[in-house]
Every structure is written in C-alpha cells, then in structure tokens.
Design a protein around this ligand. Sequence first.
Ligand code: ARG
Length: 410
Amino acid sequence: MEKIVLAYSGGLDTTVMIKWLAEKYNAEIVTVTVNVGQQEDLKAVEDKALKLGVSRHYNIDATKEFVEDYVFPAIQANALYQEKYPLSTALARPLIAAKLVEVARKEKASAVAHGCTGKGNDQVRFEVSIRALAPELTVLAPVRKWGLTRDKEIEYAQKHGIPVILKEASYSIDQNLWGRSIESGPLEHLDTEPPEDAFSWTTSPEKAPDKPAYLTVKFEEGVPIALNGEELDGVTLIENLNRIAGAHGIGRIDHVEDRVVGLKSREVYECPAAACLLEAHRDLEKLVLTRHELMFKQYVDSQWSWLVYSGLWEDPLKKDLDAFIKTSQQRVSGSVKLKLFKGSVKTVARSSPFSLYDLRLATYDVKSTFDQSASEGFIEIWGLPTKVSSQLLAKLKSATKESEVSEDEK
Ligand code: ARG
C-alpha cells in the first residue's frame, strides 16, 4: 500500500482530499499541518484529520523557525515583490515544503500532496522546493490534476459523508505571522474598492484613533529585537506589532500582481507588522550603509524578492544573494522611531552607533572639515562627459541647420 503525506489546512480542498487520495491511490494518508502563525485551532484541524481516517497527523509548530529563518532574512532584504507585497504567503511555502519532506522521509512515504490549484504561485513554490530537497518523492496536486472545483468537492463530500463546514466563500484567504492574503470574490473586479469585510487584522484608517502612536523599533544586524525598549523574541514582537499597527489601520495593500504563471491578478493583503518593520529597516540602512552599498543592495533586494516570490527559495542564486545580504547587515543596528497615524506609518527619528550621518557631523567642528573649495574641481570633472556630449550635440545641430539654409537658397 502506498503512503501519501498530505499538507493539510483543514479547509474544504484538503479535507476532501484525504478521502479522495485514499480512494484513488488505495493509499494510507498521513497529514501534516505546519503552524506558521495562521491563528487557527490546530487541535480541531488534527481531530478532523483523524476522524477522516488518516493513519497519523503531525502538528508542527514552526512559528519560531518561520520568523527567524524566513521573515528575518526578508526584512534584511527589504523584501517587497513589485514594490508592494511583503511576500507573506511566499515565505511560508518553502518552510512547509521542507516539513513535508521531513515527514515523508520519517514515514517512508512515496508521495506528498498539496491542495493548490494550477493557476497560482503556491503550486510552483511547493513543488520546486520539494523537488530540490527530495527528488525521489512524487508530488501530487489533485486540485490541478482533476480540475476539482468547489462544487465538485462539496458533491464528493456529501456522497462520502465528509463533514464540511461551508463558510461563505467570498474570499480565498491565506495567513501567517507575516501577513494575511485575500483573493477572489468581489476583489476580482478591479474597478471597485475592496469591501470592508475583506479585512480582519486592520481597522479601517477612517476609524483608526485620531491621535498618532509612536513606536521605537530596535534592530541588531538588520533584525528587530525590541519594541519601545522592551526586548522581545521575534514571534512576540511581530504578533504585538500586528496588533498595534493593525489598530491604526496600517498595512493594507491592494495591487495588481504578476503571478509566476504569467497572469495578472488583483491581490489584497493586510501586513501591519511588515509595513512597520520594512519601513524602519530601510530607513536604518540609509543611515548606516554607504551610497554605493545602498545602490547595489537595492538591486540584490529586488532580485531576492523575485526569486522568493517565484518559488526559488532553494536556488543557488538565492543562497548567493543571502550571503551578500547577511554581510551587508553587520552595521544595520540602531533604533528607529515610527509614527503610526490613520493608516500611515512614517519614520520620524533614527539613531545608530554606526551612523554615517553622525560621523559627518562629528567632523564638522574640527578644522579640516568639508572643504567647499574642493567642490569646484569635483564638479568640473563630474560634469565632463555631460559637457562634452552637449557641446557635440550643439555643434551637430547647428551644422544641420546650416545645411538646411543652404538647401533653401538653391
Ligand atoms: N498572491 C499571493 C502569493 O502568491 C497570495 C497567495 C494567497 N494564496 C491563497 N491561497 N489565497 O504569495
């Protein structure tokens, strides 16, 4: 008998899949739920799986690992896909894939299964990671393979006596500590504002407090370690920040996104902690990194985000970029004060022992400070290519004019 390890969320797709896979493949099913801070009752998810006859269920708490090994590197990389999306869903996928592989090996299973459709990014992320980590495993994607739709699944569930709670299916939601992704339903119509009921982590900016809140985030080597002077572990820090910033209406994102499979889709997110930490981290980098470092890192950051979005977490290029990003963070320590007010988060103060700005100020008083007279020669040389090419263009222009005049005279 085959043994299949299924990534189980407790939702309709994967619940139906337990029976479906067992039947289609005459297989023993082992389910795995990875806690990445999705705030669900994982005991209830486990009970549901066991009731449906799985031979074993694994509840894996990976919140700490998720924050330290996935979210922190994303902060260090100022990770935003297409300048907007903090990659919340994208970051959790390679971690879940690694846990599936771990369980599959332990259970000596021959296949792993997931509930992704054939249209999204998540299938790409799961499968690329699983193939990279365990090429010997078969990957099954029943929703894609059999074109399972919600209606087909409900019908199957009823026929097989699978108890499913049918929530109103207006949105497709995925959430973890780094954010909440909301798709489909009314959001598919680009010409209308997302309805208020799409959101659950954030107060609408209109209803947010009329008084701003201030928050100080302390970083060490690009990693947030304290909020308002209180040192916190990563999970607690992010949870607190989601709550505080969410109450101020911060972190709502609405954009048109290019998926890996080539289509455009309207994506809505709530990422309050990410909005704050990415703003603060980027600001601190500007204080402590040189202009050259900043310019180059911007390119590395966007490539890193693109690779992670596209499911290439395990790719050697991503690891090479990790190495650069890691060393770039050695001086990214200090504090950033944020002002949270009705949906916006702004940096209003910053300090660091590695501040390059402070260094300049410190040398201001002594005699040989910035030599203004040196600027004159600098400008001459700096502008030389521009001056030379402008002169040439002017010469060419007047030459054509002259020849036009002599043509007219003929
Ligand atoms: N577009 C986002 C991403 O690719 C969100 C995906 C959300 N997934 C979901 N099942 N609702 O990362």
